[in-house]
Design a protein around this ligand. Structure first.
Ligand SMILES: [Fe+2]
Length: 201
């Protein structure tokens, strides 16, 4: 396949304990900060880089996310070992209440973007809780008649709590409004690789 788009889904083992700790830490952060307005419409978006927070649950998620990003990077290239590069991971927490959603956006400048689902309210039907990706190639509507999976113009998934999803940062994505009375809480992040700086002796 030419110009394929990787999308990885990684379920963290024993995530219930981690999720409870992340929700408690999120509540503590929200009590201390009003947050910022980014792609979120309604709800709360933490400010700064969440991974600067030394709380054990945040650091444990950073470790899991970094490992998943290294694994995925090794699947798309054998020429570079991501461990030989510096990787900056910048993250934030999103809390989407009823009606809250994230408008379509990309994360320019980063390589990989990801989302960890801390809580994902269950639904029987509809699009609540779904994240949708839009294919960056042009003229795809013309291909609809062939119903070819790799030429579909968009694709939506509903990740579960405890799942990390990873995708290239250039991919346009957005989140459907939360149609439940419960909050959806996620930690989103961007990973950017840079050449390691040579040590000055
Ligand atoms: Fe995003």
């Amino acid at each position: 396949m030419l110009f394929a788009t990787p999308l990885a889904r990684i379920k963290l083992a024993g995530h219930d304990v981690l999720d409870a700790a992340l929700l408690a830490e999120g509540a503590r952060m929200r009590a201390a900060s009003e947050g910022v307005q980014k792609s979120n419409r309604g709800g709360w978006h933490s400010d700064g880089n969440i991974f600067d927070n030394p709380a054990a649950c945040i650091q444990s998620l950073q470790k899991a996310a970094s490992a998943a990003i290294h694994d995925l990077t090794r699947q798309v290239t054998s020429r570079v070992d991501p461990a030989d590069l510096d990787m900056k991971l910048n993250g934030w927490m999103n809390a989407n209440p009823q009606g809250g959603f994230n408008a379509p956006h990309t994360h320019p400048g980063a390589h990989w973007s990801g989302v960890y689902y801390v809580s994902q309210p269950a639904v029987d039907e509809g699009n609540s809780g779904m994240i949708e990706f839009l294919d960056p190639r042009s003229d795809l509507p013309n291909w609809r008649i062939l119903q070819a999976n790799s030429f579909r113009p968009k694709r939506k998934i509903r990740p579960d709590a405890g799942e990390i999803i990873l995708f290239p940062s250039y991919l346009v994505h957005w989140v459907y409004p939360n149609e439940t009375a419960d909050e959806r809480v996620t930690i989103a992040f961007n990973a950017t690789f840079r050449k390691k700086r040579k040590k000055v002796k």
